[in-house]
Design a protein around this ligand. Structure first.
Ligand code: UDX
Length: 491
């Protein structure tokens, strides 16, 4: 058992990590007050409204439970969970500060295209250091290169008052978008990296005291900061590599007639390989995989280990190649040209359960379809039209050929082809429906489509026989189709 010595926490950054993390801590630790701060007033306003800035299962319920409880409470505490732009007050009050600041890949300067941009993180630490009037525990949640905790400590010491001290912990977040609350509530591990000094280990135990309110102690791993930081990058790089591995095998299956599901099952039942991240798709996306692999490549190259850097970089290239391959296959199945053809893309988020579109494979797919002069209609149940337009960076000519639809049925009306780009449950066929989701009426979709009625399943979620019975020309990832121009190899 670790003591719960902490009762005032701040989360700096109200994004995908800070918001859900703050909400879960506030819901699980009744003696702790959590303030989540962000410099963006619009984002804070959204957190304080009924329409939260991000979609995550159970998030709205957790927050409204905390607020309801606060309303009924006779305590003078307004709420155990506050969203605010007032970083100064939050920092001054907090004993422990989670740094949940985004670290996107740098687009200029040294390490451009690879290294994460730590600018926002550094500015936040300087602001925290200048504001702090007593000792603080800073907890780095953002995914950062190995060695960043040390940089944070030095930066804090440069800018803080002489009588103020800090301990920096590395506590990387492993949550996946779409299952953020579940992952936070039931983490398979909580990694706490600290300096291996008495005060470092003491700070680590204080953080463990917070998690202990809902995480079994056996899942809390104590280590040094360098290992915690590298461990997070390594886990993401290995996961992304697995999806790329299975996607290359899917392409082999398309050409040979072997079944990708069987190959996944054969590998997945081997306990040394395991069942996760073995679903072939049109490519992986999201905010973490690419960024973290590139950061690992950057750090490895700086160590002079060029071959190892190139090895990991090839996982990113392979994903780019795979996304392009999916698009080329679509064009080739449709007779070699899609000029003037109407193609509907169902799904724009990088995976189901989230409205996040970062590096979504749908983006490069749609850009490729437009480059081939197709008309593109896009539907996603969660992603706002404005976001889709921002992500696509369209020329005026491309914009004219792009429509964002609010209904899957009007999106597919008149389409020559429909591409399933995101694995949303409600895109499933009635025959294989998940009980909680309202499935799409594919019968209606096939009726309102125009010949040749291609369905390209980039997520392998549809029922092949059902779509074929309805008159659709069904093409899925990892299986050959009669419309592929490549002949099935005779081995
Ligand atoms: C990932 C890591 O899983 C998480 O631990 C880390 O903290 C952040 O990065 P996330 O980006 O939310 O999480 O998504 P994840 O569920 O891992 O999926 C990443 C991409 O791979 C998605 O585009 C997904 O659709 C794709 N994917 C995943 C596949 O194509 N096949 C699979 O079998 C699994």
């Amino acid at each position: 058992m670790y003591p719960l010595d902490i009762n005032r926490i701040a989360c700096i950054g109200a994004g995908f990590v800070g918001g859900p993390l703050g909400a879960v801590i506030a819901s699980k630790c009744s003696s702790v007050q959590v303030t989540v701060v962000d410099k963006d007033p619009a984002r804070i306003h959204a957190w304080n409204s009924e329409s939260l800035p991000l979609h995550e299962l159970q998030l709205a319920e957790i927050i409204s439970d905390i607020r309801e409880h606060a309303e009924k409470s006779t305590e003078c505490v307004k709420s155990r969970l506050i969203f605010s732009t007032d970083i100064q007050t939050a920092v001054q009050k907090a004993q422990l500060i989670f740094l949940c600041i985004d670290t996107p890949t740098r687009t200029s300067g040294p390490g451009s295209g690879f290294a994460p941009d730590l600018g926002n993180l550094k500015r936040a630490i300087e602001a925290i250091a200048r504001t702090a009037t007593d000792d603080k525990i800073l907890v780095a949640k953002s995914t950062v290169p190995s060695g960043t905790s040390q940089v944070i400590r030095m930066l804090f010491e440069q800018h803080c008052r002489p009588d103020v001290k800090c301990e920096v912990l590395s506590n990387p977040e492993f949550l996946s978008e779409g299952t953020a609350i579940h992952d936070l509530l039931y983490p398979n591990r909580v990694v706490i990296g600290s300096q291996q000094t008495v005060s470092g280990k003491d700070a680590a135990r204080k953080l463990a005291g917070v998690y202990q309110a809902w995480v079994p102690p056996s899942r809390i791993i104590f280590t040094d900061s360098l290992s915690a930081e590298l461990g997070k990058l390594a886990a993401n790089a290995m996961l992304a590599q697995r999806v790329s591995n299975i996607n290359t095998l899917g392409t082999i299956c398309e050409a040979t007639g072997a079944r990708i599901e069987s190959v996944s099952q054969i590998c997945g039942l081997d306990p040394r390989i395991g069942p996760h991240m073995l679903k072939a798709s049109l490519g992986w996306g999201g905010g973490c995989f690419q960024k973290d692999i590139l950061s690992l490549v950057n750090a490895t190259r700086k160590l002079g280990l060029d071959q190892i850097a190139s090895y990991w970089e090839s996982v990113v290239w392979m994903n780019e190649h795979h996304k392009l391959n999916f698009q080329k296959r679509l064009v080739s199945c449709m007779g070699g040209s899609i000029k003037g053809r109407s193609i509907t893309v169902l799904g724009f988020a990088f995976k189901k359960g989230t409205s996040d579109t970062k590096n979504s494979p749908a983006i490069s797919l749609i850009r490729g379809l437009l480059a081939c002069q197709a008309q593109v209609i896009i539907y996603d149940p969660m992603v706002p039209a404005k976001q889709i337009i921002t992500d696509l960076h369209l020329t005026p000519g491309e914009l004219e050929r792009t429509t964002i639809s609010h209904s899957p049925y009007s999106a597919c009306s008149g389409a020559n082809a429909v591409v399933v780009a995101t694995d949303w449950d409600n895109f499933l066929c009635e025959l294989s429906r998940n009980d909680e989701a309202q499935p799409l009426n594919w019968e209606h979709i096939l009726k309102v489509m125009q010949e040749p009625k291609f369905i390209f399943d980039g997520r392998n979620i549809l029922d092949c026989d059902f779509i074929r019975k309805l008159g659709g020309r069904y093409v899925r990832v990892g299986s050959p189709s009669e419309w592929d121009q490549l002949p099935v190899a005779s081995l």
